[in-house]
Ligand binder design. Structure first.
Ligand SMILES: NC(=O)c1ccc[n+]([C@@H]2O[C@H](COP(=O)([O-])OP(=O)(O)OC[C@H]3O[C@@H](n4cnc5c(N)ncnc54)[C@H](OP(=O)(O)O)[C@@H]3O)[C@@H](O)[C@H]2O)c1
Length: 330
């Protein structure tokens, strides 16, 4: 099937990525159809068919750490070069068993992590290799230095980061500019209509340093798709299986106004959510997760379904305002 999904350049890199990507943390997730190789392959087939060619995973994703990459490696066999594959290393919260202890941005850790990901993904190269969470122990110069070596060796094409604060994004850029490694090309942080805190420090830093931006939890785990209401929460959803607080604590007044806003424009909530994210300057690709071929197909179609006007954006701001910053009070 021919694809209408625009391709966008990721920050200052030479990578072109589909404006709707696929978050792959559902691959190997217990209780989903994508827990298995068949379910994973079905979603990747649908993604390719719809033009969703940018995949984002991490070494730690899956029932056992590494399972998402392992399933992807098997499903991508013979067609690896049709996708742009991003993965991550060094999440503070999950032990990959690479080194008995030690800092996850360190030279020795990153060396082992990259070999693990390359082997599970059954590939010679990673298109975008991302530091998953900041490492408070290792100077960023050391992490950038080993990542630069991986790029020179051809194991990695570009490097990105995730969950960095604005000041850490600035620090990394200045350290790279001083010749200690190569610059990151992308940032990945929590961002959606219901989580706009990145607009304070992170997005201004992303714009100032010319990075591509990849919002994670862009659909707020599925809450912003229109599948949920105040009265109804599907039991077979990720939210109700694993994160019921997302539904229990949802701001239903705002979400019901959003539903009305969509009905007035004859669009679905899913289309509005993608349209809003893709209109935000620094957002390069919306890496939404999917647990079925149908989800990835409708997410792909949402890429071009609706673009908000200035009035639409103002109305959305009124429904989902950026919460007041307590630190701004003098
Ligand atoms: N860097 C980080 O620290 C970090 C943290 C979290 C996530 N991520 C990345 O960001 C990606 C996206 O986040 P996410 O997958 O966790 O959350 P998300 O994209 O906000 O939500 C994904 C969920 O939304 C539902 N969904 C997707 N398309 C749908 C459709 N068309 N109609 C109805 N429901 C739909 C599915 O729920 P059901 O499962 O209920 O079917 C799916 O699992 C991840 O896969 C991962 O790559 C990164």
């Amino acid at each position: 099937m021919a694809s209408d999904i625009p391709q966008r350049r990721l920050g200052p890199s030479g990578l072109l990525v589909s404006a709707v990507g696929l978050g792959c943390n559902n691959f190997g997730r217990p209780g989903t159809k994508t827990e298995t190789i068949d379910g994973t392959r079905a979603v990747l087939d649908a993604a390719l068919d719809a033009g969703v060619t940018f995949l984002d995973t991490a070494d730690m994703y899956g029932r056992e750490p590494g399972l998402s990459e392992t399933l992807m490696g098997e499903a991508l066999e013979g067609r690896r070069d049709r996708f742009v594959v991003a993965t991550k290393f060094g999440h503070f919260g999950r032990d990959m068993g690479y080194v008995p202890s030690g800092a996850k941005g360190s030279r020795s850790y990153v060396r082992r992590a990259v070999e693990g990901s390359l082997s599970r993904l059954r590939t010679d190269w990673i298109d975008l290799y991302q530091l998953h969470t900041p490492d408070p122990e290792t100077p960023i110069a050391e992490t950038l230095d080993v990542l630069a070596d991986l790029v020179r060796e051809g194991k990695v094409r570009y490097i990105g980061h995730s969950n960095l604060a604005g000041w850490q994004i600035a620090e990394a850029d200045y350290v790279a500019a001083a010749g200690r490694g190569i610059p990151f090309v992308s940032a990945q942080n929590h961002y959606s209509l219901l989580a706009r805190a990145a607009e304070r420090e992170v997005l201004p830093a992303v714009e100032r340093f010319g990075l591509g931006f990849l919002p994670y939890f862009p659909l707020h785990n599925g809450l912003l798709t229109g599948r949920f209401s105040r009265e109804n929460a599907p039991a077979d959803s990720r939210i109700m299986r694993q994160r019921p607080h997302v539904w229990e604590e949802a701001p239903w007044d705002a979400l019901e106004s959003y539903q009305e806003f969509c009905a007035e424009r004859d669009i679905t909530m899913l289309q509005a959510t993608f349209g809003w994210l893709l209109s935000r300057g620094p957002v390069t690709s919306v890496i939404a997760g999917a647990t079925s071929p149908e989800q990835v197909t409708s997410n792909a179609a949402a890429a071009t379904a609706w673009s908000p006007s200035a009035d639409d954006l103002a109305a959305i701001d009124a429904m989902f305002p950026l919460p007041e910053d307590p630190a701004a009070k003098v």
